[in-house]
Design a protein around this ligand. Structure first.
Ligand code: PLP
Length: 366
């Protein structure tokens, strides 16, 4: 089965055409942070490029970065991770792909939430793996319930894209009793009610996918990581050797600076910026008549019910773009379960743009 492109790409394409004609588009569809990467990390990158020849690295990544990530998980979550369990990948995406392949071969069938991050379904279909969709509902805060898990492995994404749902430690524990957890923790660090729990706090029978793209703001540096039980490491690195070879050498060396105390503090301070944007956007959307059944506790998205305005959120997304110049992601990108009633707003843009976007929506919809 061919892999499907995201529907939001059609929105983005149309937004670019509108922009070419000179109209300002407010981008609420984009899922990448707009804040600048800390200067120390950029400086480290400049030094690396100037001072060393950039060769391939080992497929699992440079050892000092594996050590830093193991240490960071140890400090943040109070868990014991060996550097040998950490695999550096070019963004979390190829790591997830390799992980899904290996888990399905060694552990069994994988379930994933619907609505959820679209790549889970698409990666499984690309790998020709069955995969099982588990509907999650607003009544249950879009959380997976242990009773619904019937497969050997399960993808949990907390904080979640698109709903911003954050699982409590106890909820992760109960899920871990049902299946091997593939825990997508790429939005960790971006939470608004205390830190998110890692799957590794409740079980060793889990694999974590992490990223430098969200909290660390480094989308284009293409850097992520996996933390997996040691016995999975050779299987995963074999796939990486044959596909991506290694993550960017420059990015890996520069990322060592991410773990310096002052850099981590600077990044943690960004959470307040995102919190202000979330609060402002939530209030504004509700005033206009959008329903937000579950208040997002993490990531940078608001998953809003548009059934007060339309029965087809896909068509509605294009109408908003044409009539107001506001771009949003249609729910359809995130699965089949009630997704035609929802759109996703991202607040990866300035408060000023959020205000302008909300005003435009208000004029059309109220
Ligand atoms: C839930 C989730 N997982 C994984 C990724 C992949 O990110 P990256 O490959 O940049 O680490 C994304 C990107 O938006 C995401 O939303």
């Amino acid at each position: 089965m061919p892999v499907k492109p995201f529907y939001v790409m059609k929105v983005l394409e149309r937004a670019r055409e509108i922009e070419k004609k000179g109209r300002k588009v407010i981008h609420f569809e984009i899922g990448e942070p707009d804040l600048p990467v800390p200067e120390k990390v950029k400086e480290a990158a400049r030094k690396v490029i100037g001072n060393i020849e950039l060769r391939y690295t080992e497929s699992a990544g440079i050892y000092p970065l594996r050590e830093k990530i193991a240490e960071y998980y140890g400090k943040t979550y109070g868990v014991s991770v060996k550097p040998q369990q950490v695999i550096i990948t070019p963004g979390s995406s190829p790591g997830l792909l390799a992980l899904l392949k290996v888990v399905s071969e060694l552990i069994g069938t994988i379930s994933y939430p619907d609505p959820g991050y679209p790549c889970y379904k698409n990666m499984l279909s690309f790998l020709n793996l069955p995969g099982e969709r588990i509907p999650v509902s607003p009544e249950e805060s879009f959380k997976l319930r242990p009773e619904s898990v019937k497969t050997e492995a399960l993808i949990v994404n907390s904080p979640s894209n698109p709903t911003g749902t954050v699982y409590r430690k106890e909820e992760l524990r109960r899920l871990s009793e049902k299946a091997f957890l593939i825990s997508d923790e790429v939005y960790h660090g971006l939470t608004y009610r205390g830190r998110a729990a890692s799957a590794l706090e409740v079980t060793d029978n889990a694999a974590v996918a992490g990223s430098f793209s969200k909290f660390f703001l480094m989308t284009g540096w293409r850097l992520g990581f996996l933390i997996v039980p040691e016995e999975l490491v050779p299987h995963i690195t074999a796939i990486l050797q044959n596909t991506v070879i290694s993550a960017s050498t420059a990015s890996q060396h520069a990322a060592l600076a991410c773990f310096e105390e002052d850099v981590l503090e600077e990044l943690a301070a960004n959470v307040e910026i995102f919190r202000k944007r979330r609060d402002f956007m939530l209030k504004g959307l509700k005033e206009i008549g959008f329903k937000v059944p579950v208040e997002p506790e993490g990531a940078f998205y608001i998953y809003a019910d548009v059934s007060g305005f339309t029965e087809d959120s896909f068509e509605f997304s294009f109408r908003l773009l044409e009539e107001t110049g506001v771009a949003v992601t249609p729910g359809r990108d995130f699965g089949y379960n009630g997704t035609d009633r929802f759109v996703r707003f991202s607040y990866c843009t300035s408060l000023k743009n959020i205000e302008e976007g909300l005003e435009r929506l208000c004029k059309l919809l109220r």
